[in-house]
Write a protein that binds this ligand. Sequence first.
Ligand code: A2P
Length: 318
Amino acid sequence: MTPQVPTVKFNDGQEIPVFGLGTWKSKPGEVTQAVKDAIDLGYRHIDCAYIYGNEKEVGEAIKAKIAEGVVKREDLFITSKLWNTFHKPELVESALKETLNNLGVDYVNLYLIHWPLGYKEGGAVFPTDEHGKLVFSDVDYVDTWKALEAVSRKGLTKSIGLSNFNKRQIERVLEIATIKPANLQIECHPYLNQKKLIDFCKSKDISVTGYSPLGSPDRPWAKPEDPQLLNDPKLITLAEAHKKTTAQILLRYQVQRGVITIPKSVTRTRIAQNFDIWDFQLTPKDMQYLDSLDCNGRFCPMTGGKGHKHHPFENDEF
Ligand code: A2P
């Protein structure tokens, strides 16, 4: 039987399943099967982005599952994100339309500004100078936000939100917004539990999605000596006590604290395992213990954007 996944209600009324499939790092040749498996297993929320370079292949899976009658478009919650080279307001609509075309849908449920920092428009997605350094754009994300409001009014996305913004940056958007961000997507796991930013979002009625819930062991810049969340002995002990896997503990932790979670996998057994977290509970003591593992352990520090005036992690506490 397919489990009934709880939903979180956005400030605009739309509901998002608290659990979805991540697709960052999923190779185009693997992601179609992964999304098909996920939908068959009961996932109804797929997290995508233009820069993941696989939206067309995600779209093939969605199309196939709709054609088979397994789901209808309206049963699915699809998120995508505006890449950094499209921050100029006049580029936003065409960027979103390209994503819609790749995914093979008429609208997404949620469209996020992927990062507050812009890159030089009009060419490569990672534009570099002759020294291989990224070339920035100084578009202000509040102007990009206005353009997101416009595409949402056109019905190309049901909700709009932010990703990788810090508190001050969210406040700047709130100051000018006529449509409030419905969601903030940030890295989130016990080593970086984001309590302060989540509390701030709660106070503004902005829901939070946590990415890299398993610590993204497949991130391209991972070094062998880096801490490995999934192999943390403290987590393994806790998992054994619950007769669950470490991954399941990490995912249940987020769901119980009201954080929407989007683990990535292209392996059917793991896609199934990650989704099997509805039959147990972490105790308040377990939750406190997991909270106590916070060590500002950020796996995705956006080093390429170092020195950008809109870099979210350089000058602010959170
Ligand atoms: P794979 O896709 O090969 O199955 P995150 O969501 O934090 O970015 O983590 C994704 C990484 O974690 C991928 O390398 C993925 O591998 C791996 N992964 C996903 N689910 C599990 C699991 N249940 N147990 C171990 N590793 C997992």
